[in-house]
Design a protein around this ligand. Structure first.
Ligand code: UD1
Length: 350
C-alpha cells in the first residue's frame, strides 16, 4: 500500500520517527514536510538524530498567520495527493500541518488516519483544540493514545474505526533512552549541571507567549527560585522576549532548542520539569520526574490523576508552592500503552 504522511512541526517529527520506521518495513511511504518548522534546531536535527528518512517533499511553507500558513499548506498538500494518489494519508497531533493534511485529503476522498486522535483540552482559545476537533471529524481511522481520548470521541458521536493503540511517543522515548544511556551525558557537562540539581523549563504555547503579562509572571517565578533553571527557548518564545526588558538572574539559563536525545537526557536528570508542552508532560511521567504544568488544563489528565503532574497555570503562588512542596506518589502505573504503539498503528492500517 502507499501512504503519504504529513509532518511539519517538532512533535510530529518525533512521532513520525516511530511510525515511519514500522511503516516502511511493509509499505511505501511518501513523507511530506510542510516546512512549518524550518530552523535546523527545530527540524533537521530531529531527522538526523532520530534517523527519520529525509522527506520526499518539503513545501517550505514557513511562518505566517494561521489562515495564511494553513492555506499554503492546503494547496501544496493537494498537489502532492493528486500526483501520488495514496491509499491513505497519515497525520499526527494537532498542528496547522495536521489540519491542512486532513482537509486536503478528505476533499479528495482519500481516507485519513489520525495518530493521537481524541485529545481535548475543552479550551477553544487554543488553536490546537480547533485543529483537533476538525481533524477528528474528518478522519476515517482514529488512533488514540488513551481511554480518555476514546471517550472524548464517543462524546462527539465518533465511534466507528476508533482504536486505543497507546502513544507512539513512548516507542520513541524507549528507543532514544537506550541510545542516550549508551553514551556519557555530555549535555550535563556542557551546561555545567549535575543530576537532579536543576529544573528543566519549556514555555511555548501561544496562551503563555502571546500575553506578555503571563510570560513575565512565569519568568518572575523562575527568577525567584534557588535552583538553576535550564530553559531551552522555542522560536515563538524567543520572539515574544525580543525587545522586552525582562531582567533574568544568572541561574535562569536561556539556551537554544535541543536535539531530542539531549532533551531526553536533560529531562531524565532534572529534579523537576516545568512546562506547557504536551509531549514533555508525558515524557516526565515515563521518566519518573515530577512535572509542574504551566497551563490551566491538560489533555494528559491521567498524569495529574496518577499524582505526578501538578496543574498550576501561571499563578505565582501555585507555581512556587508546587516547586517547593509537590511530591509525586510512590506508585507510577504504566500509562499510554506499552511502547509498541507504532506497530499497532501499522497493523490497523495494513
Ligand atoms: C506549533 C503548533 C503546536 C506545537 C508546536 C511545537 C500550531 C497551531 N501549533 O506551534 O501545536 O506544540 O508547533 O513546537 O500548529 N519559528 C521559527 N523557526 C522555526 C519554527 C517556527 O522562527 O523553525 C517561528 C515562526 O516564524 C512563528 C513562531 O516561531 O513566528 C511560531 O511557529 P508556528 O509554526 O506558528 O507555531 P508553534 O508555536 O511552533
Amino acid at each position: 500500500m502507499k501512504f503519504v504522511s504529513v509532518v511539519g512541526a517538532r512533535p510530529q517529527f518525533v512521532k513520525a520517527a516511530a511510525v515511519s520506521r514500522e511503516l516502511r518495513k511493509r509499505h511505501k511511504e511518501v513523507l511530506l514536510h510542510t516546512g512549518q518548522h524550518y530552523d535546523y534546531l527545530m527540524s533537521g536535527v530531529f531527522f538526523d538524530g532520530l534517523e527519520i528518512p529525509a522527506p520526499e517533499v518539503n513545501l517550505g511553507v514557513g511562518s505566517g498567520s494561521h489562515a495564511h500558513q494553513t492555506a499554503s499548506m492546503l494547496q501544496g498538500i493537494e498537489d502532492i495527493l493528486v500526483a501520488e494518489r495514496p491509499d491513505w494519508l497519515i497525520i499526527y497531533g494537532d498542528t496547522n500541518s495536521t489540519l491542512a493534511g486532513a482537509l486536503a485529503a478528505a476533499k479528495l476522498s482519500i481516507p485519513v488516519a489520525h495518530i493521537e486522535a481524541g485529545l481535548r483540552s475543552f479550551n477553544r482559545q487554543m488553536p490546537e483544540e480547533i485543529n483537533r476537533v476538525v481533524t477528528d471529524h474528518l478522519s476515517s481511522l482514529l488512533l488514540c493514545p488513551s481511554e480518555t481520548a476514546v471517550s472524548n470521541l464517543f462524546a462527539e458521536g465518533i465511534s466507528k474505526n476508533v482504536h486505543l493503540v497507546g502513544d507512539v511517543m513512548l516507542d520513541v522515548l524507549n528507543w532514544a533512552r537506550e541510545r542516550a544511556q549508551a553514551k556519557p551525558a555530555e549535555i550535563l557537562d556542557r551546561l555545567g549541571v549535575s543530576k537532579k540539581s536543576y529544573l528543566l523549563a519549556t514555555v511555548h504555547r501561544s496562551e503563555n507567549t502571546d500575553d506578555s503579562s503571563r510570560l513575565s509572571r512565569i519568568l518572575n517565578v523562575f527568577n525567584s527560585l534557588d535552583e538553576p533553571v535550564i530553559f531551552p527557548v522555542h522560536p515563538r518564545t524567543r520572539k515574544a522576549l525580543a525587545g522586552k526588558d525582562y531582567e533574568l538572574r544568572s541561574h535562569v539559563r536561556l539556551i537554544d532548542p535541543l536535539a531530542y536525545l539531549d532533551m531526553v537526557t536533560l529531562a531524565d536528570s532534572a529534579a523537576m520539569i516545568l512546562t506547557d508542552s504536551g509531549g514533555l508532560q508525558k515524557e516526565a511521567y515515563w521518566l519518573g520526574v515530577p512535572c509542574v504544568t504551566l497551563r490551566n488544563e491538560t489533555e494528559w489528565v491521567e498524569t495529574v490523576e496518577a499524582g505526578w503532574n501538578a496543574l498550576v497555570g501561571c499563578d505565582r503562588d501555585k507555581i512556587l508552592h508546587a516547586v517547593r512542596f509537590f511530591v509525586p506518589r510512590d506508585e507510577r502505573p504504566p500509562l499510554y500503552g506499552d511502547g509498541l504503539a507504532a506497530a499497532k498503528c501499522v497493523d490497523l492500517l495494513s
